[in-house]
Design a protein around this ligand. Structure first.
Ligand code: XMP
Length: 507
């Protein structure tokens, strides 16, 4: 087994998933417990994750120096590399240039960690500090244009460290590199798949935890809640009732489509609740994105509570997936990025016990589970849509007028991309109501209108992303249609940000 010490990384569990995919058992531990856990578990290798702190910060997470004398191979990633350098008397300081997103790493010296990779390849970075001097006994193995120390190693002691993130999909050879580390640990990497036997196990677990109790499910029609609902339905059948809450924050045509799909495809109990007025009421005057998320989360739960009381349900099924958990502060040392309404926004006095069967999975794994369960592609291939809906794509107050503008623009973006045949290459494509008014001219008259941003994203999981290089002709067509068909809009811009540092949604 491999132990991962979580220094608060957004991607600690992604590392764990990658190692699992190579056929190994993984345990993620907090730095405070690391030595004890290592002694107890006797792992074959240890990985130091990244993290948001600075090694020289006052309360920064760290580990006891004895870890380097335990004769277990170590791989440090990002903060992990900085910590190794710091503890072993190398030098770490704030970088002149902070790197977020893509970089090119150049391998300078042979190292078992970089076996079967290219001499130069693309990696994903996310750091402010950097290692300035390698500790004694270490050699510098790789650099990038901006940082001279992108990888270090002490082959005698089997301690390796890299500044970039091999676990995110945008790092080329990331999985090769993690496989190489396993080989250094004396393990032959193999692949472990999610299959029907694995899924039967999941369903069995749910059946045992719920017994004969009734459950309700927050069905949004998205991949996550649909797969979660189907798993629970397979486990407890009639005892599950699904509610679809129409919050008024849905995309154009969505509610109708979902009613149709779910009524036709599944033999599940589904009820549609119209709660638009309730949601818009609580959102009046709210501008702060975190407040919006919290208020929407609370309202969802209240509406459910009302319905659940009628049914006497004890359990609430939610399609929370792993990135939702981690981004709502999943581990002790990680920093909060956003409150996902289905996790961080839950009120504390909630009366349900939550059932979250997908809590440890990533999006592509959830799609695969859905596929194996025989769900139609209209669900499994559906682009993700955030729980708080269009509210997090409206900068500023959410109201009927803004929603109407965004809905129309969004429908155009999606329709044009679909017609162009580009949809399947994208994680998401949507419009954003930026809340910025600018001057324009229409029919010789000055206008002061809204700005819509187009966001189209390529990603494999929700942790990192690149903007899609949509053809100019397609962008032009979208822009023309929006300014013509949505008269309140006189400007359209294209969002060309990567994640990190930008998130996919604007709020
Ligand atoms: P961000 O904006 O955090 O988004 O980079 C990553 C992915 O998560 C989706 N997202 C959400 N999904 N509840 C959800 O179920 C939420 O509150 C939420 N916020 C963002 C987002 O659409 C993207 O695919």
């Amino acid at each position: 087994m491999i132990i991962i010490i979580d220094f608060g990384s957004q991607t600690a569990h992604l590392i764990s998933r990658r190692i699992r995919e190579l056929g190994q058992t993984v345990m993620v531990v907090e730095p405070e417990d690391a030595i004890e856990r290592i002694k107890e578990q006797n792992p074959q290798g240890i990985i130091f994750s990244g993290g948001p702190a600075s090694v020289y910060g006052k309360n920064s997470p760290t580990v006891d120096k004895q870890i380097f004398e335990m004769r277990i191979p170590i791989l440090g990633i990002c903060y992990g590399q900085q910590l190794i350098a710091h503890i072993l008397d190398g030098k770490v300081s704030p970088g002149k240039i902070k790197e977020y997103g893509p970089a090119v790493v150049t391998i300078e010296k042979d190292s078992p960690l970089f076996e079967n990779t290219a001499k130069e390849f693309n990696v994903w970075m996310s750091h402010g500090d950097e290692v300035k001097k390698a500790p004694g006994g270490f050699k510098i193995v790789a650099h990038t244009k901006t940082i001279p120390v992108a990888a270090i190693s002490n082959e005698k002691k089997k301690i390796y460290a890299i500044q970039f993130h091999p676990e995110v999909i945008h790092t080329q050879f990331g999985q090769t590199l993690l496989g190489n580390f396993l080989k250094i640990c004396g393990i032959e990497p193999k692949r472990q798949e999610i299959d029907s036997v694995f899924i039967e196990g999941l369903i069995d677990n749910i059946r045992q935890s719920l017994g004969n109790e009734k459950a309700i499910c927050a069905l949004s029609g998205g991949v996550d809640s649909s797969v979660a609902a189907l798993l629970v339905h397979k486990a407890i059948g009639e005892n599950l009732t699904c509610f679809y809450i129409d919050s008024g924050l849905m995309r154009e045509g969505e509610t109708d489509l979902l009613k149709e799909v779910f009524k036709e495809n599944y033999d599940m109990r589904i009820e549609v609740i119209d709660a638009e007025d309730e949601f818009l009421d609580v959102l009046r005057g709210v501008i702060d994105p975190e407040k919006k998320r919290k208020k929407i989360g609370e309202t969802f739960i209240r509406v459910f509570e009302k319905e659940a009381k009628k049914l006497g349900a004890k359990f609430l099924v939610q399609g929370t997936i792993y990135p939702d958990v981690i981004e709502s502060q999943g581990s002790k040392h990680s920093e909060k990025i956003k409150s996902h309404h289905n996790v961080g926004g839950l009120p504390e006095d909630m009366e349900f016990t939550l059932v979250e069967p997908l809590r440890t999975f990533y999006k592509d794994e959830v799609r695969l589970i859905g596929q194996i369960l025989g769900m139609p592609e209209s669900i499994t291939k559906r682009q993700p849509f955030p729980g708080p809906g269009l509210a997090v794509r409206i900068v500023g107050e959410v109201n009927k007028d803004n929603l109407k503008i965004l809905r129309k623009a969004d429908a155009i973006v999606r329709e044009e991309i679909e017609n162009f045949g580009f949809t399947n290459n994208l994680w998401q494509a949507f419009a954003v109501f930026t809340g910025i008014k600018t001057t324009g001219v229409r029919g010789d008259q000055r206008v002061y209108g809204e700005t819509i941003a187009i966001r189209a994203i390529e990603a494999k999981d929700a942790m990192s992303a690149d903007f899609a290089k949509l053809p100019w002709g397609l962008l032009q067509r979208i822009s023309n249609r929006i300014v013509t068909e949505v008269p309140d809009v006189n400007r359209v811009v294209y969002d060309i940000s990567t994640k990190p540092p930008a998130t996919m949604e604007w709020e």
